[in-house]
Design a protein around this ligand. Structure first.
Ligand code: F6P
Length: 345
């Protein structure tokens, strides 16, 4: 068989582990692999490179993606799906492997319904994809959050300050939740539940009054206090999948820090972790997960699968329907948030 592979959306540590595993397992099975560059854009613009063992040797240790990535949506391009079908047939691709999150896999699912042979591999640091227990990239990202909170703790303690840490996650707060829990944040705020800044101030003041005169607040970039007087202002530009570009303009971390200081009188600073959460080498967990997914997806193709995704379920890598994974995002259940609340203050 001749495989095509692409990586789309925001990069995630572990992408190169998937690419390497696909190539190694494909070559072992007597197949060949072509990598399309910059996600769906590579198929629209016919930009590709052959991938052999020497192209992928040891790359599982590297962050990012050797195939580059973009947020290109072929359904926003005139005749996009037809151009993709043409490129695939010109290369003689038997099966396309799309590695991505909800947006990339949503396109894969639509193309599959239109008769193109596609398989998916779930990726996102946000961990907000359905039909899989975890996505690779998440573990590395929450370790970065935890590391940042550990570092911020020492300076917050020394200066008796509150530090508000803005963490990626526009619709789902998994990173703020797990990173915040591991890093011992004293308040964690998620997009899943609106918050009240006065309640945050009350928790912090009580903590200070009890003699613990420093605090860390972990806030997901998509968390909302409807009553905030100062406004969160993002660029109004949207990407090809219709998402507002958070991380531009004035984010919730900055606004919340200002409000906390004004309302409580506690000296407060803010830090936006931003793309530090997505960069750098993948954790051991993400290297292994990416590798297992890459091997599995080639096996699935050999067994004749289409419209399916390799997925982590209960510790095993299994095949699930692509359609099951897309359409809605997997957000944090409120009972999981309740576990974190036990440690507030
Ligand atoms: O989709 C992953 C993600 O990291 C989100 O958490 C974040 O809002 C977004 O990407 C940032 O995207 P960009 O790299 O385009 O700024």
């Amino acid at each position: 068989m001749h495989f095509g592979i692409l990586t789309g959306g925001g990069d995630a540590p572990g992408l190169n582990a998937v690419i390497r595993a696909v190539v190694y397992r494909a070559v072992a099975g007597g197949h060949s692999v072509t990598g399309f560059v910059r996600g769906w854009k590579g198929l629209l613009e016919n930009t590709s490179r052959p991938l052999g063992i020497e192209d992928v040797r040891d790359i599982h240790k590297l962050g990012g993606t050797i195939l580059l990535s973009s947020r290109t949506n072929p359904y926003r391009v005139e005749d996009g799906p037809a151009i993709i079908a043409g490129t695939l047939s010109a290369h003689g691709i038997d099966c396309l492997i799309a590695v991505g999150g909800e947006d990339t896999l949503g396109v894969a699912s639509r193309l599959s319904a239109a008769g193109i042979r596609v398989l998916g591999v779930p990726k996102t640091i946000d961990n907000d994809l359905n039909a899989t227990d975890y996505t690779f990239g998440f573990d590395t990202a929450i370790n970065a959050v935890t590391d940042a909170l550990d570092k911020l703790e020492t300076t917050a303690r020394s200066h008796e300050r509150v530090i508000v840490v803005e963490i990626m996650g526009r619709h789902a707060g998994w990173m703020a939740l797990h990173g915040g829990m591991a890093g011992g944040a004293h308040v964690i705020l998620l997009p899943e539940e609106e918050f009240d800044t006065n309640e945050v101030c009350a928790i912090l003041k009580k903590r200070y009054e009890a003699g613990h005169r420093w605090a860390l607040v972990a806030v997901a970039e998509g968390a909302v206090d409807p009553g905030l007087s100062r406004q969160v202002m993002h660029s109004q530009e949207k990407d090809a999948f219709g998402h507002v570009q958070l991380g531009t303009g004035i984010g919730i971390g900055e606004v919340l820090a200002g409000e906390i200081e004004q309302r409580s009188g506690l000296e407060t600073r803010h830090v936006i972790l931003g793309h530090l959460q997505r960069g750098g080498p993948p954790s051991a967990f993400d290297r292994v997960l990416g590798t297992r997914l890459g091997v599995k997806v080639v096996e699935m193709a050999e067994e004749g699968a289409t419209g399916m995704m390799a997925s982590l379920r209960g510790g095993e890598i299994v095949a699930v329907d692509l359609a099951e994974a897309v359409g809605t995002l997997r957000t944090v259940p409120l009972e999981r948030y309740a576990v974190a609340r036990v440690f507030f203050g």
